[in-house]
Design a protein around this ligand. Structure first.
Ligand SMILES: *[C@@H]1O[C@H](CO)[C@@H](O)[C@H](O)[C@H]1NC(C)=O
Length: 225
């Protein structure tokens, strides 16, 4: 009797964790380059998988996606270290890091790598309004996640800086953080709305003001010296 109960409990646990299971195969295709060697020596596959797992958990929490039905059904996120220019990009549930960037980075490499991972992993999980969401907002949400995870680099703009709300990256991330200050869970709700489509009216629906008004309020809240 007891062992039967134990068996069903372990089955239940297995089923529950299976629904959360995501694999992160790592492929260092740049092993023969200086950056590929630096990845192997200073970052490594174990650390990469660990950061990938943590990033996914953090993103689900930030997006308030508590049950599997709330999330994308992705089960495998391939991570590649490639001999290429730039920093990193994500496409088709694959994250590609630049080995050249890793090779040339001065500063805390693992912290930078983790920060970039949180950004790219957000692209794996975020909704994009069926392709209608502006690129600046997509990138801004990815940097918002990086910001909330504590990985904002020192070279980012300060709160209140920037020209447009949908400029992208750090500018939009700081603005979204301001909106989050008006309503906790704002970014989660915005992401949820973008599961099926995108409209600027999402800002009105959630915060009672147009995005242009919110941007004006935001700029006024941080007078530039
Ligand atoms: C790693 O990537 C390279 C280049 O895309 C490919 O040829 C190789 O099969 C991959 N290795 C694994 C283990 O997936």
């Amino acid at each position: 009797m007891y062992s039967k109960t134990l068996l069903s409990v372990s089955l239940l646990v297995a089923v529950l964790s299976a629904s959360n299971a995501v694999d992160y195969p790592v492929n260092n295709t740049a092993g023969g380059t200086a950056g590929g060697v630096r990845f192997k020596n200073e970052i490594g596959i174990g650390f990469t998988r660990d950061v990938a797992r943590k990033a996914t958990r953090f993103i689900w929490k930030t997006f308030r996606e508590t049950s599997p039905g709330d999330r994308k059904g992705t089960t495998v996120v391939g991570i590649f270290i490639d001999d290429m220019d730039g920093v990193a990009y994500t496409s088709n549930d694959q994250i590609h890091f630049s080995a050249r960037y890793i090779g040339g980075y001065t500063g805390d490499l693992k912290t930078e790598f983790a920060g970039v991972m949180y950004h790219e992993m957000t692209h794996v999980w975020q909704w994009n309004g069926n392709g209608q969401t502006p690129g600046g907002l997509i990138e801004g949400i990815a940097d918002f996640v990086r910001l909330k995870a504590g990985y904002a680099p020192s070279h980012w703009v300060k709160p209140g800086e920037g020209e447009r709300w949908d400029q992208g990256y750090d500018v939009t991330a700081r603005f979204l953080d301001y909106c989050e200050g008006l309503m906790r869970g704002f970014v989660a709700e915005l992401n949820k709305k973008m599961r099926t489509g995108y409209s600027m009216d999402h800002f009105n629906q959630l915060l009672g003001k147009s995005v242009d008004q919110l941007w004006a309020d935001y700029k006024a809240a941080f007078p530039q010296t």
